[in-house]
Structure formats: structure tokens, C-alpha cells
Design a protein around this ligand. Structure first.
Ligand SMILES: [Zn+2]
Length: 177
């Protein structure tokens, strides 16, 4: 059988291969080589390089990166959800709808301020003024903070969902290539 004398494209070492060989591993540097033939010459090209040139390696790497990123996002969101549930059980119980909660606290505050002005009109001792005003202010602050907290959570949720949808789309696009 015909034997070809070729050189490793990676390290330049001389290699002997059978005439019909398509793929060979260099004995010296262990590169995977493809034997290419033209009418006038025979040469080798590294297989890894061929894959990189066609973008196959780069693409599968990108798919992996995206999959990892989505998993990380889900994991982080899962932890966030758990934390919120734990806080919800141990912390102060906020009404389900923050806006309803705010409406209630405003009503409560109005009643408190009303009591204060009622007490004021009777020239009652200062404590009958201060306590309802203090309670009203406290309720207002708590209500506004509750709404702010709810909005922060909503923002976080929509950011998570948007980011995830974006990456899922990119992943699908890559897979369809
Ligand atoms: Zn070599």
C-alpha cells in the first residue's frame, strides 16, 4: 500500500500514514489531524482548528454558557422566594394587596388625627393629642414602606422574568442553527 510522508501541522514532526488515511493523531504532540489532499500536495490540518473555524465549538460553548446562566438565575430567584416566604411568616404580616393596605392605613391615620383634633377642641391633656398623632404617623409610615417593599419585589420579579425570557430565546436561536 502507498505510504504518504506528511508533516504535523501543529509541531512539524514527520509522519508516515497510509495513502487512504483521513484522520491521524500526531505521535509527538498528540494533535488530531485531518489529512487533506490537493492535486499537487498533501498536508494536514488540526481537527480542533477546523471545528473552531466553522464555529461549531464556539456555538456549543455559548449554549452551555447560556444554560448555566439560566440555571444560576433560577437558583438565585428560588433562594429569593424562600427568603421572602420565611420573612413573611416570621415578620409583620402585611396585607396581600399593598394598595389596599395603604388605603387602610390612611383611613386609620385619618381616624387618629380626627381623635387628636377632637381631644384638642376639648382642651384635653396633651397626651390625648400626642398619642393619636403618633399612632397615625406610625401607621402612615408603615403603609408607605409596605407599598415601596411590594413595588421593589414586583420590579425584581419582572427583571428576573425578562432576563430569563431573553436568554431562553437566545438559546433557542442557537439550537435551531
Ligand atoms: Zn505534532
Amino acid at each position: 500500500m502507498e505510504t504518504l510522508s506528511i508533516r504535523c501541522n501543529h509541531c512539524g514532526a514527520p509522519l508516515q500514514v497510509a495513502g487512504n488515511t483521513r484522520f491521524v493523531t500526531c505521535q509527538f504532540c498528540l494533535s488530531n489531524l485531518e489529512v487533506k489532499r490537493t492535486d499537487s500536495s498533501v498536508f494536514t490540518e488540526e481537527v480542533a482548528k477546523i471545528a473552531a473555524n466553522t464555529g461549531m465549538m464556539a456555538e456549543s460553548l455559548e449554549v452551555l454558557t447560556l444554560q448555566n446562566e439560566i440555571e444560576r438565575l433560577d437558583r438565585e430567584w428560588g433562594i429569593e422566594q424562600t427568603n421572602h416566604l420565611v420573612q413573611g411568616r416570621t415578620g409583620p404580616r402585611m396585607p396581600g394587596n399593598p394598595l389596599f393596605g395603604l388605603a387602610f392605613t390612611i383611613f386609620f391615620a385619618v381616624v387618629c388625627f380626627g381623635m387628636a383634633s377632637f381631644a384638642g377642641s376639648f382642651d384635653a391633656p396633651g397626651i390625648f393629642l400626642l398619642v393619636p398623632i403618633g399612632m397615625g404617623l406610625f401607621a402612615l409610615t408603615a403603609g408607605i414602606m409596605g407599598v415601596a417593599k411590594g413595588q421593589t419585589r414586583e420590579t425584581a420579579r419582572s427583571q428576573y422574568q425578562m432576563r430569563r425570557a431573553e436568554m431562553t430565546q437566545m438559546l433557542e436561536a442557537l439550537k435551531q442553527k
